[in-house]
Design a protein around this ligand. Structure first.
Ligand SMILES: Cc1cc2nc3c(=O)[nH]c(=O)nc-3n(C[C@H](O)[C@H](O)[C@H](O)COP(=O)(O)O)c2cc1C
Length: 341
């Protein structure tokens, strides 16, 4: 059955699910500054199926699936899709959690995390550990599909210790997920080594051999629209997922790149701080925002100094004061119009 995955332009562009990064506020900001021609799908942070099935912990875990009305409006306006990512090791929990999400939230798809290499998760037999348990992985995909009318995709890696792309992707294709997102590294690689895009080409060949219409998206080290187009051209992938590339350039889903001034960067930083604060209040630690300060304060005169000052802040008011001081000084020195991407 055709789903939105089969209707995306090629190459398609998506922002990777990232813990403590891709919450509703960051997704909204990135969508807002992106050209929908070069950006089509966003994902939630990974959300525990065990947690969603727990009567007490459920509410807290489900907050990861929050989609603000303002994010919903941008999704609609830009015609973009949003996918909830889930993880766990028990098919029954997948079934229940998927039912719960389908009945209570408004997502365009469900994605199963079969890629996370973090030790404490792998120890539970979940995420990338499932690459070593193909039968359980198959049961999980079936249980999830049975519980929803939404398309079910899988995000995974190429192997555990070594690339095992043909076997593993062949097995996944047998389970008929609606799409596969392949991070071109093994569990062992974590994110330390360059992504092996030759493995994406192998996965595409396996898919082609199967005769099935399951799109394959490559993930790993994509830094720009041109880079994505080139990687898809070389491998036959239907698109890319971008993770850390967004930290280097939040405007990366545009082509050509817009001229970004220092004032634009600081305005985006401020929007992020206020949106984060109005979304989470005290429900999330303000320190989570600090990882983003580097994103917005680079490539301009005085950036390092400004960043150091921002790192000391504890609330939006302190951030505002530091930005205002910086802007006043920059205006005096006439460096504000400096634009540099
Ligand atoms: C801070 C951070 C958090 C991440 N959280 C998740 C997650 O929740 N789910 C997931 O599937 N992958 C997660 N990942 C992996 C990314 O989705 C992506 O696969 C990885 O960063 C490789 O892509 P890149 O080379 O473009 O960064 C995370 C990565 C980072 C850097």
């Amino acid at each position: 059955m055709d789903s939105f995955w089969n209707q995306l332009p090629q190459p398609a562009f998506m922002l990777a699910p990232m813990e403590d990064v891709t919450d509703t506020s960051f997704r909204e900001l990135v969508m807002h500054i992106s050209d929908p021609q070069f950006f089509q799908v966003v994902f939630t942070e990974f959300t525990s199926t065990d947690g969603l099935c727990h009567p007490v912990g459920r509410e807290n875990v489900a907050s990861r699936l929050r989609v603000n009305q303002s994010e919903r409006a941008v999704l609609r306006h830009k015609g973009m899709k949003i996918v909830a990512q889930i993880w766990g090791a028990n098919p029954e929990k997948y079934f229940q959690a998927t039912r719960f999400i389908t009945q209570n939230f408004e997502f365009d798809g469900l994605d199963i995390n079969m890629g996370c290499p973090v030790k404490k998760i792998v120890k539970q037999g979940a995420c990338s550990a499932l690459i070593g348990k193909p039968e359980l992985a198959a049961e999980i995909i079936q249980a999830t599909k049975e519980a929803t009318h939404l398309p079910v995709s899988v995000k995974t890696r190429t192997g555990i210790k070594k690339h095992d792309t043909e076997n593993w992707i062949g097995h996944l294709i047998d389970q008929n997920p609606t799409a596969i997102i392949l991070h071109a590294r093994t569990q062992n690689d974590q994110s330390e080594v360059p992504a092996a895009w030759g493995e994406i080409r192998k996965a595409v060949a396996v898919r082609d051999g199967s005769g099935k219409n399951i799109p394959i998206y490559g993930n790993g080290d994509v830094v720009s629209v041109e880079d994505a187009i080139e990687k898809c051209h070389q491998t036959g992938a239907q698109g890319v997922m971008v993770g850390r590339g967004i930290f280097h350039n939040p405007w990366m889903f545009n082509n050509p790149q817009p001229e970004i001034s220092t004032a634009d960067r600081l305005e985006l930083l401020w929007r992020h701080v206020t949106l984060f604060d109005s979304t989470w209040g005290r429900g999330k630690n303000f320190a989570v925002l600090k990882r983003f300060f580097k994103i917005y304060t680079s490539n301009f005169a005085g950036a390092a100094h400004l960043r150091a000052a921002l790192m000391e802040t504890n609330n939006p008011a302190e951030v505002r004061e530091i930005i205002d001081n910086f802007l006043r000084t920059a205006e005096t020195l006439d460096i504000l119009s400096n634009s540099n991407t």
